[in-house]
Ligand binder design. Structure first.
Ligand SMILES: [Zn+2]
Length: 467
């Protein structure tokens, strides 16, 4: 009876679940807790990576950085099998938001306008798969799993009560989360990332940003209710990362996961998320985490922040807490930390405000993400995947076959040259080469691929035979 009473009370007290919104829009907290449980001290290491990057890496180049993306659709029914068009809309949203080309950029309030930044980061669906074959950057996997949130709802609700969570407030402290994890014995966040557990393995996580799209709703008394809208692993393994502390399974888990109803812009299946999370900005938010950003309110009160100076402090996130959807103007009145003399920055993609009210990253958020891309995530920028296979090759090489020097003829300025073998391994890499030739004297006879990156951001690949 005790449990039943608790459930009845919760049913009336839990407006976020009753109105169908996600219980916790972002599962970033859970990821950190899962990592910390397994590798005590790792979150401190991650924080240090960010601090070091901000202190030492601010004189970066301002090239536009391009990230190859693979989207893994893991579906149990037709609705979850999101269309190619919806996938492209998600890529479009990322490209708008990370270039500050979003239509609602003009909604940024004057007080924050000078802090808004163009991250100069772009995304494209990978043109080539890890085996070197042409690809559309999308995989589709049918699964038996009806949901990837493998939680007993009664046990979860009992854990929330036992851990003192205010069920009307989606904010959970680190201590409460640890308590919940212990009460429910943890749960496997990452089942969609392995074929053994109903999902699909990532493509090389150093060279592609993997996005899994799947169902992360729970059955809440007969109503399918989004539990987590998304989560992402933070950048791990900066150059200064202590030896022997890198989680070995990170290669199999790194990437972004998005609940299918929150995926893409104006998703026709967004159901209870309509008006709340329907602009594709769950993707923007999770990619922000993937590139090192934390929640703007610092997951704590006014004494906690996200480590950045140009985001105001906030005591809470800005997720609407009743079933009425507010306007952006109403959200603008939120000021949860009076000490900083600024309203809460509900415009920021790293808050939980309405997606239609989100419109900016700050300059320091931009700097941190770019530092991560030129640090622990640098593999994304020059991997095998970062190649556009072009029919009308404006690249020619001679002699081919060759025994030593191969000359490259092109009208564009060369940024770097790589030679990979048939297995995709790099055998020659010349960054910043502008010589227009590459010497293959020291590689074994066989078939290779010559990759040329140009300063304008283009890439070309061509086959090369070594005799
Ligand atoms: Zn988040």
């Amino acid at each position: 009876m005790r449990n039943l009473n608790i459930l009845l009370i919760l049913l009336f007290l839990c407006p976020t679940m009753i109105s169908g919104q996600a219980f916790q829009p972002c599962g970033n907290h859970w990821v950190h807790q899962q990592l910390e449980n397994k590798y005590p001290g790792i979150t401190e290491l991650i924080d240090k990576t960010y601090e070091n990057a901000l202190q030492t890496n601010l004189d970066q180049s301002r090239d536009v950085l391009q990230i190859p993306v693979v989207v893994h659709v893991v579906f149990n029914d037709a609705e979850q099998n999101v269309s190619d068009e919806l996938i492209q809309s998600q890529i479009d949203v990322l490209n708008e938001d990370f270039r500050r080309l979003n239509e609602n950029a003009s909604d940024t309030r004057d007080i924050f306008l000078s802090r808004a930044g163009d991250a100069e980061i772009e995304f494209y669906l990978a043109d080539i798969d890890p085996m070197g074959n042409p690809s559309n950057g999308i995989t589709r996997t049918e699964t038996d799993k009806t949901s990837f949130v493998d939680l007993d709802i009664a046990a979860l609700l009992a854990a929330l009560v036992a851990c003192g969570v205010d069920i009307t407030d989606p904010d959970i402290t680190d201590e409460q989360l640890e308590c919940i994890f212990n009460e429910i014995g943890g749960f496997d966040l990452d089942a969609m990332k392995s074929s053994e557990t109903g999902g699909i393995e990532p493509w090389d996580t150093e060279k592609y940003m993997n996005i899994w799209v799947c169902n992360m709703a729970i059955d809440f008394f007969g109503t399918s209710t989004p539990f987590i809208l998304g989560f992402a692993y933070p950048p791990i393994g900066a150059p200064n990362w202590p030896e022997g502390t890198l989680p070995p399974e990170i290669e199999q888990k790194d990437g972004v996961v998005i609940h299918y109803q929150a995926f893409g812009r104006n998703n026709p299946a967004n159901g209870p998320l309509a008006g709340l999370n329907d602009q594709g900005r769950t993707g923007t938010h999770e990619v922000g985490h993937y590139l090192g950003l934390r929640h703007i309110w610092g997951d704590g009160d006014c004494t906690m922040d996200d480590g950045l100076d140009d985001t105001p402090t906030a005591a809470t996130n800005s997720q609407p807490t009743d079933a009425t959807i507010p306007t952006c103007m109403e959200m603008h009145t939120k000021d949860s930390c009076l000490e900083d003399a600024e309203p809460d920055m509900i415009e920021n993609y790293m808050d939980y405000s309405l997606e239609s009210c989100q419109n900016m990253f700050t300059q320091q958020q931009v700097d941190l993400m770019r530092a991560m891309l030129e640090g622990p995530r640098v593999g994304l920028l020059d991997g095998l995947s970062n190649v556009l296979v072009s029919e009308e090759a404006s690249l020619s090489i001679f002699p081919n076959p060759s025994t030593s020097q191969v000359f490259i003829e092109t009208s564009l300025a060369i940024k770097s040259i790589q030679v990979t073998n048939a297995a995709g391994h790099i055998v020659i890499s010349e960054n910043g080469s502008a010589n227009g030739y590459v010497d293959v004297s020291n590689v074994r006879p066989g078939i290779y691929f010559l990759h040329v990156s140009f300063h304008n951001g283009n890439h070309k690949i061509t086959k090369l035979l070594k005799l």
